[in-house]
Design a protein. Structure first.
Length: 60
């Protein structure tokens, strides 16, 4: 493979990884927001964030 093809392949992989991470973060934020809407609490606590992160990690 030429250097240009290797670089292009690597850039595509990095781009896919960044998109995956962005979507995962978006899902965690969405889960936390839904949890807050369904509960009476007004602030995001560590437990809610921890649960959302665990659910997202299990999904992977």
């Amino acid at each position: 493979m030429s250097d240009m093809k290797k670089t292009g392949f690597l850039l595509k992989r990095i781009n896919s990884f960044i998109i995956f991470i962005f979507l995962s973060i978006t899902n965690v934020v969405r889960r936390c927001a839904l949890q807050l809407l369904m509960s009476k609490q007004k602030t995001l606590d560590k437990q809610t964030l921890k649960e959302a992160l665990q659910k997202e990690t299990q999904k992977m």
